[in-house]
Write a protein that binds this ligand. Structure first.
Ligand SMILES: NC(=O)C1=CN([C@@H]2O[C@H](COP(=O)(O)OP(=O)(O)OC[C@H]3O[C@@H](n4cnc5c(N)ncnc54)[C@H](OP(=O)(O)O)[C@@H]3O)[C@@H](O)[C@H]2O)C=CC1
Ligand SMILES: CC(C)(CO)C(=O)C(=O)O
Length: 314
């Protein structure tokens, strides 16, 4: 597999950025999108705005109704609430020797994908980036985070992981890591994201705005510890280095850092509350970890969902 046919499901923030960077570097990339996104891509092309270089690309797109078999790699970039539909859509596209690389936040989707495709056809993956799709359909990168990390669930350094890494190595604006401990990395990312998303959504503020309140830093760091205990109870204790890094991140008084979940709330969209915050709460309960702030954040997001569903936002 030297020049894999790659299908990227979704051309939103993550799919548009990483798929776009691969296409820009000459990889064989097709985007599987829905009608609305296709219209924008056909009219305006795929535009990436980034401090690592803007790009205007003619993205090759297909709809679910056009799907044919034969893709060697499918990069899955939907939100968790679209996962079931996405699985149904990509299943006929995956070549018999092909694999799926999901870039969703969280870890719960891995079991679902394993069930659908078999564990040996599903890589683990994680993206550390802040990127959003603007109202005009532009993929806008918001800071200098730009890494993608992936690997076999088994830990093997397989040829297909090497091929994918080599393709990303050719791109600009992407740092790529092929790793032998992807599940540990995904859990660490979940500890980071769940802490950041719970706090930014609960307070409707960025990290700096929270830290500058009298007790914000204490609550933030307490929640980071709680998330670490939850991960440890699942067999994925975050490393000391990881905790030290994020203790600094969540104590930074001038930080402008926000999360994609807060951006979803602010645009009155659906969130991944169940997949990220609800999942961690459920694991906390199972392990007997005290998680009051997490419970509050989850309740807050579920109340928001009800208000959204009832159309009670002006
Ligand atoms: N944005 C960020 O900074 C980061 C996001 N993540 C994670 O990455 C994942 C994706 O997030 P993000 O890119 O921001 O989300 P977006 O909403 O920007 O993009 C998701 C895209 O997937 C498309 N999609 C969903 N289902 C289908 C389907 N069946 N067929 C075709 N297209 C489909 C959606 O299409 P449509 O427009 O038609 O609904 C949408 O454009 C999430 O799990 C998120 O938590 C991880 C790190 C950072
Ligand atoms: C935590 C962060 C910013 C890191 O990539 C993220 O994943 C998100 O906002 O969804």
């Amino acid at each position: 597999m030297t020049d894999p046919r790659i299908l990227v499901l979704g051309a939103g923030g993550i799919g548009g950025y990483f798929g776009g960077r691969l296409a820009e570097a000459g990889a064989d990339v097709t985007f599987l999108v829905r009608e609305g996104r296709r219209r924008v891509l056909d009219e305006r092309g795929l535009r990436i705005e980034s401090q690592f270089g803007n790009a205007d690309l003619d993205a090759r797109t297909i709809l679910a109704s056009d799907v044919e078999n034969g893709y060697d790699a499918i990069i899955l970039t939907c939100k968790a609430y679209d996962l079931d539909d996405a699985i149904r859509t990509i299943a006929p596209a995956l070549a018999s020797s092909g694999f799926v690389l999901p870039l969703l936040n969280g870890v719960a989707h891995i079991d679902i994908l394993n069930e659908a495709f078999g564990r040996n056809r599903v890589l683990g993956g994680s993206a550390r980036i802040q990127v959003a799709l603007t109202d005009e359909g532009v993929v806008r990168q918001l800071n200098d985070w730009r890494s993608i990390t992936f690997g076999e669930q088994s830990g093997e350094m397989s040829d297909r992981v090497g091929v994918l890494k080599a393709l990303f190595d050719k791109t600009r604006g992407v740092e790529v890591h092929a790793v032998a401990d992807i599940m540990q990395r995904m859990w660490e990312k979940l500890v980071h994201l769940a802490t950041a998303a719970a706090m930014t959504c609960l307070m409707r503020a960025n990290v700096g705005e929270i830290v500058r309140t009298p007790d914000g830093e204490k609550i933030f760091l307490g929640l980071l510890d709680t998330m670490g205990h939850i991960a440890a109870a699942q067999g994925f204790r975050p490393s000391k280095e990881f905790i030290e890094t994020y203790r600094k991140t969540f104590a930074q008084r001038d930080s402008l850092y926000t999360t994609s979940m807060l951006r979803d709330v602010e645009r009155r969209g659906r969130t991944e509350a169940d997949h990220i915050i609800g999942f961690m709460l459920q694991k906390a309960r199972g392990a007997g970890v005290d998680a009051q702030t997490l419970l509050l954040a989850y309740t807050h997001l579920k109340a928001y969902e009800q208000r959204l569903a009832a159309g009670r936002f002006a």
